[in-house]
Design a protein around this ligand. Structure first.
Ligand code: AMP
Ligand code: MG
Length: 349
């Protein structure tokens, strides 16, 4: 298959290209597109064949359900059995935006899209290109992140090209995404709303709208034997090609430890990398030292993390060490992704 490339911005949407993209979706094809979180790989959510194609293009296990993206709040009622009061309040507060809610699905949503589950994940994104595409494609677009399964989620179109060229009909380049981490997922099918995947919308933000919120404890304790409620959370993810270790502890000790370890690795002939912040980037002497942003504003870290992991791959770095982050606020999402990328390898000093 030849992949068509188009490029546009939110302020200047190429309506002709969106119309073509919409026809591709309606005909059962796939289009990668920007959202405010990461790039998505879209197919018609109500067409079982489209969902099968998404799994195949990503190399994703088909028990890992897809998120259905909508562009009008009233369309929610078409695909779910009921909308609890809490969901209405959360939608008012955070949609359109980086929040996914889990509901019981209606008969219109095929099991291929939900990985065989009775529940469906739904998100109403705010990115204008995404909204235009969803509307042109019929209103219901299943879209996981637009990477090959296991790789870091793409924050730029060039990474979609790396992973999906020749596997999808079209890739829409809308520039670097705003947030850089996938949506927060909150389950509303249980007695108490439960966060299944941390993201930009934090526990504190959810609680300000609906009171008490639980966090699926496999997120907090990944060594737990329990199966995460979001099936995708059990898979190794975001993994760079090299070996990544997170180092936790007091700043000076962390810097010294990482310098010692990278020097040793280098003398063995490894190409070394460090993930750090603006505050410490001048302190390291590895082959590739990359700041992911500043500790004064962890949103900058969220924005750069996947990008930096991909850069290490492009530069063939074989051994990496990363500083650790707070697990408060958006830090919970950052650490969740970083730990997965490191295959849970953490050194505590
Ligand atoms: P991605 O689309 O790559 O961001 O991954 C989607 C995430 O949503 C995965 O972790 C899925 O397991 C999760 N997910 C999708 N649908 C459901 C559902 N019905 N119940 C629980 N988790 C879901
Ligand atoms: Mg993904």
């Amino acid at each position: 298959m030849r992949t068509e490339y188009v490029s546009m911005t939110e302020d200047s949407i190429d309506l002709k290209a969106i119309e073509r993209a919409g026809s591709i979706l309606k005909d059962g094809g796939l289009v990668a597109f920007p959202t405010e979180t990461v790039y998505g790989l879209g197919g018609d959510a109500l067409n079982p064949q489209s969902s099968m194609k998404i799994y195949a293009a990503k190399g994703r296990p088909s028990d890992n359900p897809l998120i259905v993206h909508i562009c009008r709040i009233e369309d929610l009622y078409e695909i779910v059995r009921e909308v609890p009061e809490e969901a209405r309040r959360l939608a008012d507060a955070f949609w359109p935006g980086p929040m996914t809610m889990i509901f019981y699905k209606s008969g219109r949503v095929p099991y291929e899209t939900t990985g065989g589950l009775e529940t469906v994940a739904v998100r109403f994104p705010s990115n204008k290109i995404a909204k235009a595409l969803i509307e042109a494609g019929g209103g219901f677009v299943a879209a996981p992140s637009a990477n090959r399964s296991g790789r870091p989620s793409p924050t730029m179109a060039q990474y979609c090209r790396e992973d999906l060229d020749g596997r999808v009909e079209m890739i829409i380049d809308g520039g670097q995404v705003g947030i850089g981490l996938e949506s927060s997922i909150i389950d509303l099918t249980d007695k108490k709303p439960t966060i299944l995947r941390p993201g930009y919308i934090t526990k504190e933000m959810f609680e300000s709208v609906v009171g008490g919120v639980d966090v699926d404890h496999t997120i907090i304790d990944p060594s737990s034997k329990e199966v995460p409620k979001a099936p995708g959370m059990k898979y190794r993810h975001y993994a760079p090609k090299g070996d990544l270790t997170i180092v936790e502890g007091e700043r000076e000790k962390v810097v010294n430890y990482i310098n010692e370890k990278t020097a040793q690795a280098r003398s063995r002939g490894e190409k070394t990398g460090v993930i750090c912040t603006d505050e410490t980037k001048d302190r390291y002497n590895a082959d590739a030292v990359k700041s992911v942003g500043t500790r004064k504003d962890e949103e900058t870290v969220a924005h750069e993390l996947f990008h930096v992991l991909r850069e290490f791959d492009d530069e063939n770095v074989t051994v990496m060490y990363s500083e650790s982050f707070d697990s408060e606020g958006i830090g919970m999402a950052i650490m969740n992704r970083l730990k997965k990328a490191a295959g849970q390898q953490i050194v505590r000093l």
